[in-house]
Design a protein around this ligand. Structure first.
Ligand code: PLP
Length: 415
């Protein structure tokens, strides 16, 4: 926006239109003309069925319908409903609860956890660090809070996590500022689908531990686990959490939990932030400052969503039912991704290293032009600077078979 009427822009850079919604609208307009079966709409970050309808877990809706009026309507406590706070740790860590003190605070989705973390663990004007491929609201939230986003090159030439680049950036930033928030989206990273191997987690933690030898430095490692329930086997995908046991006191781990994808409650706006620290006082402080932030922003969270999570984790039969349904949803996603990757290889299409999750990234030059070129073929995909983001969560297996070759051709055309 270059002209403000009543609004005060502050230091923010507010652009009026949302690019993804714009491309999504163009896809819908074309579908209305030529039929949705002839359009590939790979813009949406939600799991859709082959006809393009949101996949909603019936077991979750059944639980919602079974809630009493009070369970739905009463205010939740500022920190969250106690049974939710007790069970959300299991929802996050599974059997891999790190040793140390953990506290949980309910937030409106993972988004709320990101906001509170930046607000409480970095100072105004400071930089927050993330990967060079990242979910764009990280920047919006930082901008809102008067922080800057700095990035490190996520992959090395072998497509592994670029630990050298990470170390260099952490080191540079900690020379300039004493607090550092690191936003790391894993497993099943948006937009690439990257999931670190165990040795990559170890290397990342080694860097952070090395920097934390200087006790003046305070590092918050924020693990954005929004897609964890779509990151393969629910137990092994959580094994890395054990690595957060017994870290130095000046490293605070905060894990963001989201009920949007894993419980198909996107519109309910529910999630949590869960901390891990070796020091009780830091866990207590976490609870105090984040409750304060909850009060000062959205007040309290969505009670029915918290009740749904509590009921699932307090009834083994219900837990099994939800887990089985989720596994069948996950297998839809996994089949689509396997097909896309297979055909991408056949078309020699370069990809960022995808393991799991809703999105894949195709690095390329002239992404905007390639995106436009693909639209001529009724393929709607999101250009994200250095590449294209393909929402495999939103595209049928049949379409995943035909798209890679067309993307390769469009990239060739736009060289
Ligand atoms: C990387 C990432 N983090 C966090 C979120 C937060 O989601 P929500 O606020 O709906 O829980 C999303 C949602 O798309 C995401 O892609």
């Amino acid at each position: 926006m270059n002209q403000y009427l009543m609004a005060v822009p502050g230091k923010r850079q507010i652009s009026g239109d949302d690019k993804i919604f714009g491309i999504n609208k163009a896809a819908h307009d074309m579908a209305a003309e030529v039929g949705s079966e002839n359009v590939v709409n790979a813009t949406i970050g939600a799991l859709l069925d082959d006809e393009g309808t949101l996949m909603v877990m019936p077991s979750i809706i059944d639980i919602y319908r079974s809630l009493s009026p009070l369970e739905i309507s009463e205010y939740a406590p500022i920190a969250g409903v106690p049974s939710f706070l007790k069970n959300v740790r299991t929802a996050v860590f599974g059997s891999h609860i790190p040793e140390g003190y953990t506290e949980a605070i309910a937030t409106p989705g993972g988004t709320g956890a990101i906001r509170n973390t930046i607000q409480n663990y970095s100072s105004m004007g400071e930089a927050v660090l993330t990967t060079d491929w990242f979910w764009s609201p990280y920047k919006t939230i930082s901008d809102e809070l008067n922080r800057k986003i700095e990035t490190f090159t996520m992959f090395d030439e072998c497509k592994n996590l670029n630990i050298e680049a990470f170390e260099s950036k952490v080191n540079t930033l900690l020379k300039k500022q004493s607090h550092l928030v690191i936003l790391f989206n894993a497993p099943a990273h948006n937009p690439t689908g990257f999931t670190p191997e165990h040795h990559e987690w170890d290397a990342l933690l080694d860097v952070v531990k090395k920097e934390a030898k200087d006790f003046e430095k305070k590092i918050t490692l924020f693990i954005d686990a929004a897609y964890i329930d779509f990151a393969g086997d629910p137990d092994s995908s959580r094994a890395f959490f054990s690595k957060f046991s017994n870290l130095p006191e000046n490293i605070l781990v905060i894990v963001a939990f989201s009920m949007s994808k894993g419980y198909t409650l996107y519109g309910m706006r529910s999630g949590a932030m869960v901390c891990v620290t070796p020091k009780k006082a830091i866990a207590e402080e976490f609870r105090t400052v984040n409750m304060y932030s909850n009060r000062g922003t959205w007040s309290n969270g969505t009670r029915p969503a918290m009740m749904i999570l509590s009921k699932i984790f307090e009834d083994p039969q219900l837990f099994r039912k939800v887990a089985d349904e989720r596994a069948s949803f996950r297998s839809v996603l996994e089949r689509r991704a396997a097909v896309f990757l297979d055909y991408a290889q056949k078309s020699s299409l370069e990809m960022c290293p995808y393991k799991s999750g809703f999105f894949m990234t195709i690095p390329c030059d002239h992404a905007e032009a390639v995106g436009k070129e693909l639209q001529k073929d009724a393929i709607f995909i999101v250009p994200i600077g250095k590449g294209l983001r393909f929402a495999v969560s939103a595209v049928s297996e049949e379409k995943c078979r035909i798209v890679p070759e067309k993307i390769a051709a469009a990239i060739g055309k736009c060289k």
